[in-house]
Design a protein around this ligand. Structure first.
Ligand SMILES: [Zn+2]
Length: 150
């Protein structure tokens, strides 16, 4: 089990508008057809937008539910997965998908992945496949941790 929290800039517009973040690229399928948006103000009123106590943390976790990804209004996102490799993957592909969707919205009508495409992608995903391992090595090297791989 692993979690990640990030303030990825490309995701922020989807936290403060009614335009939903949807998977539009194959590598964004993990987010599912709908991504929940957690608004801290719904239950806690005016705050500094940070999760600062267990009640707020539990409320965010409840919003995430069984999904992999939840957006946080005016703040960023939280993602959960079975492994560190998978949450790093989500940290890379959530903003990439958001950038692709933002660019597509500027062009016109957007065709997101269908539920069947999402299922087909997610059924074929293997966390320890050579493809995933290659990506993991690439990200580790980019992060300056390549010497820790072997
Ligand atoms: Zn934060």
């Amino acid at each position: 089990m692993a979690v990640v929290h990030a303030h990825a800039e490309a995701v922020l517009p989807f936290t403060v508008t009614r335009t939903p973040l949807r998977p539009v690229i194959h590598s964004g399928s993990f987010m599912g057809a709908e991504v929940p948006v957690w608004d801290i103000a719904d239950r806690f009123g005016d705050t500094n937008l940070l999760v600062t106590n267990m009640d707020q943390g539990r409320d965010l976790a409840q919003c995430l539910g069984r999904k992999n990804l939840a957006l946080m209004r005016g703040h960023g996102f939280a993602a959960a997965a079975r492994s560190l490799v998978e949450v790093v993957r989500m940290s890379v592909y959530t903003p990439r998908n958001a950038r692709a969707l933002l660019a597509a919205l500027a062009l016109g009508e957007v065709k997101p992945l269908s539920p069947g495409e999402i299922d087909a992608r997610n059924a074929g995903y293997k966390p320890y496949s050579p493809e995933t391992q290659r990506a993991w090595e690439y990200w580790a090297r980019r992060a300056g941790c390549g010497d820790m791989l072997h």
